[in-house]
Design a protein around this ligand. Sequence first.
Ligand SMILES: Nc1ncnc2c1ncn2[C@@H]1O[C@H](COP(=O)(O)OP(=O)(O)OP(=O)(O)O)[C@@H](O)[C@H]1O
Length: 378
Amino acid sequence: MPVPVSVTNPKGVGLTGHYAAPLETSGPFARIAAQKSDDVEPTSKPEETPSEQAERTTTEATDAAASTMNVDNDHNVVVRGLTFAYPGLDGRPVPGMSPLISNMTFSLKPGSRCLLLGGNGAGKTTLLKILGGKHMVPQDCVSVLGRPPFHDTNLTASGDLSYVGGNWTRDVAFAGCSVPLTGDFPASKMIDSVPGVDPARKARLIKALDVDPDWRMHQVSDGQRRRVQICVGMLKPFKVLLLDEITVDLDVLGRAELMQFLKEECEQRGATILYATHIFDGLEFWPSHIAYMARGVMRVLKDAKDVPELGQGKLLELVYALLSEEADAVEKARGGPRSAAWDPSREGQVDSFSYVFNNGWVPGTMGSSLSTNAVMRM
Ligand SMILES: Nc1ncnc2c1ncn2[C@@H]1O[C@H](COP(=O)(O)OP(=O)(O)OP(=O)(O)O)[C@@H](O)[C@H]1O
């Protein structure tokens, strides 16, 4: 059993170095708190810590970007001036660390099938998780179907917004984070556990994905397991679907059937799909838009008809060229290739690198601090 050891960032300011900032909420407790604070005389504000200062500056910049943007309610997905950094071990922004996503703005209309491209570590998964309501960001930065995905839990509960990610896991209290969803039960048990499903849609999905409802979930292959995962994630007629590299284990036939199914969902029902992948062969026919992310910035978002490489069947060549250009730019900015040697003097630095002696436990927390601010959403 792991022993909770709490050796946190020795050069960081730690939990006590921060004041708790109020969370944005409009629930009943917030209303009561607001009422109470109206009755109380205003007191002098505590002095801002450097991290609060940085946070406020970012929020002000984001607010300014949002107010200058003309939000079109016809879009299923709207991102306005989104800035995001993973929190440190104490759940607060790491002082001095540059944000992973910087002032990102884009939107997608109903019916869009957007292919999200970008190298490893570009921030695709992070963006999809933010859109899927798994990370908390200011309410006005991200809107899905006109609602903030983290704060409006009904978006995911209703099935209007669906996120299907690489690993089929859940965080289970007292068992751990990322616990694989598996066990000796039939695939039909997983599929039938989703309430209110249209039987015709269920049959269509089972056929398209070639799922055998009798498969026992502890005996299936990775690809068969993936088919069940995709099936469960799409049982409800989603309006926005976020797919994070889900076709990796599928065979060619399964993948082709799935992509065709997704295309029809967008064309016939006006659904919007954002699909991040590194597998490009045979995908030229599929997207209506191409998005390219690098270092947390949306570099390109184009209509497919403005991307000649798609018509020429050269998507792979396009991605290769984009990634090579990015790798060259990163190396140039660094001033040469990355050193292979470990430099102990960089330990504890937070500007470009942070290494913290920690096994994921911080005093006063019941969960692993390394699970960040992720919350469980089906
Ligand atoms: N929980 C986390 N805490 C801190 N940093 C994280 C966390 N998860 C991801 N990152 C960092 O965020 C950056 C972007 O990661 P992300 O998973 O979003 O990239 P990606 O574009 O999906 O990459 P890939 O193509 O490899 O899946 C990476 O540099 C990664 O180290």
